[in-house]
Design a protein around this ligand. Structure first.
Ligand code: PLP
Length: 477
């Protein structure tokens, strides 16, 4: 296989796990090991038909057929991780099963301890909170900009990071989510320079940005801007299979790579799916190939096309980098006059058979993906045009329900202390004034409505319409 490198030189590379699996498929052994379905012979016929015999025959775990092991990384798995590190410009890359969630958990568990302070943005993913519950570290909340009109969080101001670092002399880590779910980009270069001045490591949760490294037309990845570690959900936009992700440790990173690796070993399954690992290997090889780069360019040009069509509409609007922040062009957040995002989502679904990434009370998110054709975008643009011209006011209502948590938490107890406290479950109607004992964070976007240790107030109620009961800290008798 011939691919192009970053210096535009053609060089030979390969996808070692994909090739090893192919070899194993072509040279089957008599199998007396897990997985017990033995190349699909032991599964429900309908399932086999649905998924295909070939997929089942390569469903195996590490250790067998010279496929290498994940912990420690050996054989084709080790080589594939090294190739990924090269492609993303990292010192070391770990393949993750259980998504970027596993990466965030390992970073928290490996790098932080009870009581240590971590500066993180209020709209961080719940996996970062879980990581802090495990390690006992404490968040110092950065409150990003709020784009109230759009009902979403905006960028993190570097000055706010510096203020917190100045106020608290004992911060052990800064952990920023970039971009936001809706594609708003923060100034990581400045944040990184500040962290370096204060000698504090910077972790960037780039779950939604695994394409950035492969196109100059997309924002710059934090690995090139001085971050110490970065997670990428390759499965979200990079073309690998669901739940497969990568964790990169940057060249010149300040963090203890061995500690992260040990934590990953504890957190990972001991039976990693070779299919998922191969899909990460394949995604890296594809994104770094001429065809992959063409598909990224197409995703960008499709997004620009859709954006220009939306610009012509009267009642449908899109989030643009208007206020001095940048956005990832492939994430298109729109809203329609008089319709909640959820209503717009159901119109697209029911009337036009279109499924979008997510919707909130304010708007909805469309992803222009590497797998989308121009004709997909043309169909979507046509449907939006129809909606724009149709009077949906007969079914238009704004729900009394909120989806995107936009609150600043009032913290009464540490995350870990609250999570492990004695709890009780009470009706939601009695919850105001009590302290939450659980993480409530709907996915997507996985941003918390309530944290363990947070005071429950009236402001939480519109976000909790689907809950009858809440788990709170038990009152002392
Ligand atoms: C910002 C952010 N970080 C981490 C994650 C977790 O990623 P994964 O689903 O790959 O575990 C998500 C998932 O939505 C996310 O939005």
């Amino acid at each position: 296989m011939t691919y192009v490198t970053k210096n535009n030189k053609y060089t030979k590379t390969h996808a070692p796990i994909v090739e090893a699996l192919q070899k194993a498929y072509e040279n089957p052994t008599y199998q007396f090991h897990i997985p017990g379905h033995t190349k699909g012979a032991g599964v429900l016929g309908e399932f086999k038909q649905l998924i295909g015999k070939k997929a089942l025959s390569i469903d195996t775990t590490d250790e067998f057929d010279n496929l290498g092991t994940l912990h420690p990384a050996t054989g084709p798995i080790k080589e594939a991780q090294e190739l990924a590190a090269q492609a993303f410009g990292a010192k070391k890359t770990f393949f993750l099963l259980n998504g970027s969630t596993a990466g965030n958990l390992a970073l928290a568990m490996g790098l932080t301890k009870k009581g240590q302070k971590i500066i993180t943005n209020r709209n961080c993913h719940r996996s970062i909170l879980t990581g802090m519950i495990i390690s006992g570290a404490q968040p110092l909340w950065l409150v990003p900009e709020r784009f109230d009109e759009w009902g979403i969080w905006g960028n993190v101001n570097p000055e706010n990071v510096e203020e917190l670092l100045k106020t608290h002399g004992d911060v052990s880590m800064v952990w920023i989510t970039n971009p936001t779910y809706e594609g708003v980009v923060s100034d990581i270069k400045s944040i990184s320079a500040i962290c370096k001045r204060y000698n504090v490591p910077l972790i960037v949760d780039e779950a939604h940005a695994s394409l950035w490294n492969f196109s100059e037309k997309l924002p710059t990845s934090a690995l090139k801007l001085g971050a110490d570690a970065v997670v990428h959900s390759l499965h979200k936009t990079g073309g690998s299979m669901s739940q497969s992700s990568m964790l990169h440790i940057a060249e010149n990173s300040l963090i203890d790579t061995d500690a992260v690796e040990k934590a990953l070993k504890l957190l990972h399954t001991t039976s990693p799916s070779l299919m998922l690992l191969a899909s990460l290997d394949a995604a890296r090889a594809h994104l770094d190939s001429p065809k992959g780069r063409k598909q990224i360019a197409r995703a960008i040009s499709n997004a620009k096309y859709l954006r220009s069509e939306i610009d012509k509409m009267e009642h449908i609007h899109q989030l643009k980098p208007d206020f001095g922040y940048k956005t990832d062009v492939t994430k298109i957040f729109i809203k329609a006059d008089g319709l909640s995002g959820k209503r717009l989502e159901s119109i697209l679904e029911i009337d036009f058979n279109i499924e979008v990434e997510s919707a909130s009370d304010a708007g909805l998110l469309i992803l222009s993906n590497i797998g989308n054709k121009r004709s997909d975008m043309e169909y979507l643009a046509d449907c939006l045009k129809k909606i724009d011209k149709t009077n949906y006011s007969d079914i238009c209502y704004l729900e009394n329900k909120k989806h995107m948590p936009m609150l600043t938490p009032i913290i009464k107890m540490s995350l870990r202390e609250a999570f492990y406290s004695e709890k009780e479950t009470i009706p939601k109607s009695q919850a105001v004034g009590r302290i939450s004992a659980e993480v409530i964070a709907e996915c997507p976007p996985g941003i918390s409505v309530l944290l363990p240790g947070e005071l429950i107030t009236e402001n939480h109620m519109p976000y909790l319409t689907d809950y009858e009961f809440i788990e709170v800290i038990k009152k002392r008798a």
